[in-house]
Design a binder for this molecule. Structure first.
Ligand code: HEM
Length: 461
């Protein structure tokens, strides 16, 4: 029930999707507090101090400044589709994941991963031009994502966490020291990935120092997420003066962004395109809106993305309801609370299932139908719906911090893609489509599409 979700979110601050007791079972960036190299590993007060430092980085003005960066990677995505050797089988999930990782690379790390440049149709870890460091980095990223599975092929400690959350932490501590166990391999991989992130941070520090020494003559260091955190460190903690931001916090945040902000966004974009391509009525309305915006050469800015694409908003909301990226969110109660007639003692582990809420016929009539209009502001269904019935980004104080960032990226990509193409399912794609439950929901065999170039009467660039 949505009202239970509301109560749970507000009365259980201790863990979240990011600090879940059952690490491979919940939403993006989920790890146990004891093992996570991400910010998820920090609990209540440290977590809220870190979050307060980070929140300003997601303010609208800052996000608006990221539009050109996002736009350039969206342009590469479009070019990769055009350059795909088989226009009848575009590996859309891979291409959109490459774009999402590159965008996080640039906006969070200030680093050009170069994953999507010149690489149509390659595998997710193949970075085209053969930069060994980037290749290794991405291999570790991929492993990190794979370790976080949602089935019984996971590590022993994860499976234990499913049934006996209270023994999971001590068990994991032990298993991480036993070579050959999945926990050990996971820990090794995380250590390698963290060392790489540390190296990026150290190199950014050196660049900043060089910039200061060089005065105006030196090129300005980029204004990415790590730069903003280093600024906050140098200025004594940023927004929160009682909290000293340390290197390990910066590393944790960078790690979390890489894990939380990539597969989720790529899945959402793939899901939108997959669903639109099998709903001609939706496609027609979407094309009308996209074409009505402006000639192709002019990209929307952040304000226009917000205000000029109301139908696209509905399509994205409905796609996120239909294929819920993170079907479970974890919490641990920070005080005793009564929810739906059950008393949950302090410290209880609780799972929220937004995926179940999203298919509740009382909130979404004909829930198996893909119908974006159900989210139109004037729709009776929308007005009657409980505000917590649709929570793809979570709820409460630990809700997704990057949701506006993600939506800005997905909207930009949809606008640019549909200006040039419409898509149909490739004959090579299975039907019905199959899913994997990793850290987040994933298309098991990807989304394979036929790209059909659109005629362009209004094209100006
Ligand atoms: C469509 C894309 C995305 C979806 C569906 C999504 C979903 C979620 C969900 C469900 C949570 C858990 C919320 C809760 O516990 O109530 C979460 C947390 C989080 N997400 Fe996202 N996310 C997306 C994109 C992003 C992006 C792009 C970033 C970063 C740029 C990001 C960063 C985070 C972080 C840092 C947290 C942890 C927040 C905290 O514990 O304080 N996410 N996300």
């Amino acid at each position: 029930m949505p009202s239970c979700a509301r109560k749970l979110a507000s009365r259980s601050s201790r863990t979240s999707a990011t600090g879940a007791p059952l690490p491979r079972q919940s939403a993006p960036c989920t790890r146990t507090p004891s093992s996570s190299p991400g910010a998820s590993g920090f609990w209540d007060s440290t977590w809220s101090a870190i979050r307060n430092t980070v929140v300003p980085l997601y303010q609208p003005a800052r996000l608006a400044g990221l539009v050109p960066v996002m736009q350039s990677y969206v342009g590469t995505l479009v070019a990769n589709i055009a350059g795909c050797p088989d226009q009848h089988c575009i590996p859309f999930c891979q291409l959109s994941l490459r774009m999402a990782i590159d965008i996080i690379g640039k906006t969070a790390f200030g680093v050009e991963f170069g994953l999507s440049k010149n690489s149509p149709g390659g595998s997710e870890t193949d970075c085209g031009e053969g930069d060994d460091d980037v290749r290794e980095f991405l291999k570790e990223y991929k492993l990190s994502m794979e370790f976080i599975k949602m089935d019984l092929s996971s590590s022993l400690s994860t499976i234990l966490g499913l049934f006996l959350p209270c023994v999971q932490t001590p068990c994991r501590r032990l298993l991480r020291r036993v070579p050959g166990t999945a926990d050990y391999k996971m820990a090794e991989n995380e250590r390698r990935l963290c060392r790489r992130i540390d190296a990026i941070i150290a190199s950014r520090r050196r660049d900043r120092a060089a910039h200061r020494r060089g005065g105006d003559a030196a090129p300005s260091p980029p204004l990415d997420f790590i730069a903003a955190l280093l600024d906050a460190m140098e200025n004594g903690g940023g927004a929160n003066k009682d909290f000293a931001l340390e290197d390990r916090h910066v590393r944790a945040l960078a790690y979390e962004h890489l894990i939380a902000g990539t597969k989720t966004t790529a899945f959402t974009l793939s899901s939108v395109v997959y669903l639109v391509s099998c709903h001609p009525g939706v496609e027609e309305k979407l094309l009308r809106e996209v074409d009505g915006f402006a000639p192709r050469g002019r990209s929307p800015d952040a304000d226009e993305l917000q205000s000029r694409f109301p139908y696209l908003d509905q399509v994205i909301k409905e796609a996120m309801r239909f294929h819920l990226v993170s079907p479970l969110i974890a919490r641990q109660t920070s005080e005793s609370v009564e929810i739906g007639g059950y008393v949950l003692p302090k410290g209880a582990y609780v799972w929220l299932a937004p995926g179940v809420l999203a298919r509740d016929a009382a909130q979404f009539p004909d829930p198996e139908e893909f119908r974006p209009e159900r989210f139109a502001p004037e729709a009776e269904e929308e007005r009657a719906r409980h505000p917590y019935a649709h929570i793809p980004f979570g709820v409460g104080p630990r809700a997704c911090i990057g949701h506006k960032f993600a939506l800005q990226q997905v909207k930009l990509a949809v606008v640019e893609l549909y200006r040039r193409y419409v898509f149909r399912h490739s004959a090579a794609m299975e039907s019905p489509i199959q899913f994997d439950f990793d850290l987040v929901l994933a298309f098991r065999h990807g989304v394979k599409l036929r790209a059909i170039r659109r005629a362009s009467p209004t094209e100006s660039g």
